[in-house]
Ligand binder design. Structure first.
Ligand code: AVJ
Length: 322
């Protein structure tokens, strides 16, 4: 990334923090969780017993890898596998190893908003699967889509795993899927994970673990404001709070101020006032059912051609085509 890109990203961060913390009710975007510390905390989340999503998707890959790959490239003509929000690529490696074993001709393009994650993954793959062709890219979902069009003239399979789409409210999810649709050719497909509705307690536990890793992850956005924007948040003056609405399927995370307080953010020349028990909304993690996914696909010009689930049916991966 050039230093210009970096300063643009930094300015967007400052602008959005200003916007969110001067709004009522206050909010911050969950995309800012992921700095170096946030990446590590998210990796710890994925190892938590309560955070069933990662294992469920991992199980789907283990269970259905042969059929998943068949759906990607049935006649082994070669294709480009693009992963949006690749992170540490742990689950994807199951597929990547199988792809090579079965002699598919593939180039893997992991894309992530975190430079740290992309660099780490590319390095790790060069050691663990040296035969694999890898081209990492850094960027945000919406912005990176424009670059995808020109990635190659072969078939493209675009993966969005981890129920990452769940961070978007339905209208923005549709906007995102429409944009994906627009850069795809008739033959291309999307392989996308949607966490399913389930016992509300199971969802709540996943986002409010016993050991407090999720709380630390949520609070890290305040630490990041301290580090990058000269903020003076005392993170212990906030609690992590999770709610889940079984009707809408929306899990929401908040940071709640334990007291009336004023926090300076030097670089923004901003003083943020909190009433006692005032909240900052920081994340949504949407849960789905088949009808909702069908509706999202239809609204964005896709049809569902296949789906794969784990034995508990906690989680589903769907294949979308134009
Ligand atoms: C990476 C967005 C899928 O919402 O489940 C985990 C992030 N937040 N614990 C999710 C997250 C709190 C995660 N996604």
């Amino acid at each position: 990334m050039s230093s210009k890109d970096q300063s643009v990203l930094m300015c967007t961060f400052g602008k959005e923090v200003h916007e969110g913390l001067t709004s009522f009710p206050k909010y911050l975007s969950s995309k800012y969780f992921y700095d170096e510390v946030g990446d590590k905390l998210f990796q710890k989340i994925m190892e938590l017993p309560e955070y069933y999503l990662t294992n469920a998707e991992y199980d789907i890959f283990k269970l259905h890898k042969t059929n998943i790959l068949k759906s990607f490239d049935p006649s082994k003509k070669g294709f480009d596998l693009i992963e949006l929000g690749a992170g540490d690529g742990k689950k994807t490696k199951v597929l990547l190893k199988e792809l090579l074993k079965e002699n598919y001709d593939v180039t893997y393009h992991p894309i992530d908003i975190s430079k740290h994650a992309v660099d780490g993954l590319v390095e790790n793959l060069s050691l663990e699967i040296p035969e694999l062709q890898v081209k990492g890219q850094i960027g945000e979902y919406f912005e990176v889509l424009d670059r995808l069009k020109h990635i190659s003239s072969r078939k493209k399979v675009i993966m969005v795993l981890g129920s990452n789409i769940g961070n978007l409210l339905h209208p923005r999810a549709i906007q995102f899927l429409k944009k994906l649709n627009a850069v795809m050719n008739a033959d291309d497909e999307v392989f996308i994970g949607f966490d399913q509705k389930k016992h509300p307690q199971k969802v709540l536990d996943a986002y409010n673990d016993q050991t407090g890793v999720t709380a630390a992850f949520n609070k890290n956005v305040l630490t990041r404001i301290n580090k990058e924007l000269g903020g003076h948040f005392d993170v212990d003056a906030f609690i992590h709070w999770e709610v889940y609405d079984p009707e809408s399927g929306t899990a929401k995370s908040y940071l709640v101020s334990k007291k009336k307080q004023t926090v300076d953010i030097d670089c923004l020349e901003l003083q943020v006032h909190f009433e006692a028990w005032e909240s900052i909304h920081t994340e949504i993690s949407q849960k789905y059912d088949d009808d909702t996914v069908k509706w999202l696909a239809k609204e964005s010009g896709f049809v569902i051609t296949n789906d794969f689930t784990d034995e508990n049916e906690y989680y589903k991966n769907y294949v979308f085509k134009k």
